[in-house]
Design a protein around this ligand. Structure first.
Ligand SMILES: [Zn+2]
Length: 473
């Protein structure tokens, strides 16, 4: 006991606790300052309010998308960053047109309306709409089983639900989204006249969820219209079909694909004080679907990323490495912004060491997923204790974000903020992805969590991969 006391005395005698904190103490104090600033004096929620309620849904190529570019650029300029600029990128422009309409006809003249919405990128129906019998399938792989004989001239109804037993709802989404993305291209090969896809939503409700789809190599003349149907109406249609497979479904889509238009990624930078050539990125995507106001997807990621730089400015923390916020355009239906950013970075031979994306909703942060080398990942895991008081515990390998993924090369560590995912798909790409469904504290905790990780990477750097060794593996 005496010995311990003596050792302690010598320790505090030799190093003043106040003047020379050990590195962990300094880091944990900085964490506290970051979280305090975000929770007590945050800006992310106000920015999101404006983006959602004054601008609204920001589909690529729309007037609102352009407004969002101008607004976020002006806000970044107000932060007094070292540089703010727009990076030009051509984006696809698809418009929904007048609201879609659909009904089920169980016998001549007896109809009931159902809730649908066009999938992004779909061709319209003929002017008079499309009316046909329906064949229900549980996935793209079912099509070959039914063959042309049973599919020709019909509307294919893809009705595989998201699995409710998976804890990660993103995993459930991943198990279904092929129906939405390539359902029309595949069903078209068997002579289908249209496609209706069960909304990617775990909840039973009346809201159809849109999202991108692709016709792949299908020639324009062979493309069939595709829409999502709400989960309640998917269950209703499926129930009717078991009793009457002769019923007909009518739907009318008024969407249109236009020529590409000029748009921009919005970029702001604090230039590194010691290693300006080492670049760290935080980002989200500025575009959104048009049904709601894109608050969770991905207004939240946009304002959280902006907040990371603001927090550092407010706390007078000058990063040693260059820190950039990148607000990517066109993640939803083209990924042109993410690809453009990586292309320009490559052409300028820029050295990105880290890129973090927030694109999983503005819900309570749980941690991060990483796309990193083993040694880099174990370095990051050694910081886990610092996050514990903030209930951040999830540090796993696997995936980052769609917009930062094209940066993958050499030593760069890619990461994604991982908020709680249970409610995300209640709102994803639907009319209820709106501002009132984002909780202020949850949003602010996410911004602080991102800033804390960026701070650690800036301060301690990231391990280099032994590429020679890696190639051997
Ligand atoms: Zn998104």
């Amino acid at each position: 006991m005496k010995k311990i006391f003596f050792a302690f005395f010598v320790f505090i005698g030799a190093h003043s606790v106040f003047s020379q904190m050990n590195p962990e103490e300094a880091d944990s104090l900085m964490f506290r300052k970051i979280y305090d600033m975000s929770l007590l004096n945050g800006k992310s929620y106000d920015w999101l309010d404006y983006l959602s309620n004054n601008i609204g849904g920001r589909l690529s190529g729309s007037y609102q998308a352009q407004q969002a570019v101008e607004y976020t650029k002006a806000q970044l300029e107000e932060l007094g960053l070292d540089k703010v600029w727009l990076q030009p990128v051509m984006v696809p422009k698809w418009t929904r047109g007048a609201k879609e309409f659909a009904y089920v006809e169980t016998s001549p003249g007896l109809t009931k309306n159902v809730n649908i919405t066009a999938l992004g990128g779909s061709v319209p129906t003929p002017a008079g709409g499309t009316k046909a019998r329906v064949i229900e399938v549980q996935g793209v792989e079912d099509l070959a089983r039914y063959g042309k004989e049973q599919i020709q001239g019909k509307i294919v109804f893809f009705n595989r639900p998201m699995r409710p037993d998976l804890i990660s709802t993103f995993e459930s989404y991943g198990g279904c989204v092929d129906q939405r993305y390539s359902g029309a291209a595949e069903a078209g090969k068997y002579g289908a006249v249209g496609v209706i896809v069960r909304s990617m939503n775990l909840r039973m409700d009346d809201l159809p969820h849109t999202g991108s789809m692709s016709y792949g190599e299908t020639p324009v003349s062979k493309r069939i219209p595709a829409a999502a149907i709400s989960t309640n109406d998917a269950a209703y249609l499926s129930g009717l079909l078991t009793m009457n497979n002769e019923l007909e479904l009518y739907f009318k889509l008024n969407c249109e694909q236009h020529a590409d238009v000029q748009s921009y990624n919005v970029i702001g930078e604090i230039t590194g004080s010691e290693h300006p050539e080492e670049i760290m990125v935080v980002g989200g995507h500025l575009d959104s679907w048009d049904l709601g106001d894109g608050s969770h997807d991905d207004g939240a990621g946009v304002v959280q990323s902006m907040e990371v730089l603001r927090l550092f400015k407010e706390l007078n923390y000058k990063p040693k490495r260059t820190l950039r916020v990148v607000l990517f355009m066109n993640e939803e239906n083209g990924l042109r912004g993410g690809n453009k950013y990586a292309e320009v970075a490559k052409s300028k031979n820029e050295n990105h060491i880290f890129a973090l994306e927030s694109d999983a909703g503005g819900f309570t942060p749980r941690g991060f997923s990483f796309d990193a080398d083993k040694a880099q990942f174990s370095q990051i895991q050694s910081w886990k204790e610092l996050f514990k008081p903030y209930l951040i515990h999830y540090f796993e390998m696997g995936g980052s974000g769609a917009d930062v993924a094209p940066l993958k090369k050499g030593d760069v560590v890619l990461a994604g903020l991982r908020p709680d995912s249970q409610r995300y798909f209640d709102h994803h790409h639907a009319a209820n992805d709106t501002f009132e469904h984002v909780n202020k504290r949850e949003l602010e905790l996410g911004a602080a969590t991102m800033a804390s990780l960026v701070y650690l990477i800036d301060k301690h750097g990231l391990k280099k991969i032994d590429t020679a060794k890696k190639e051997k593996l």
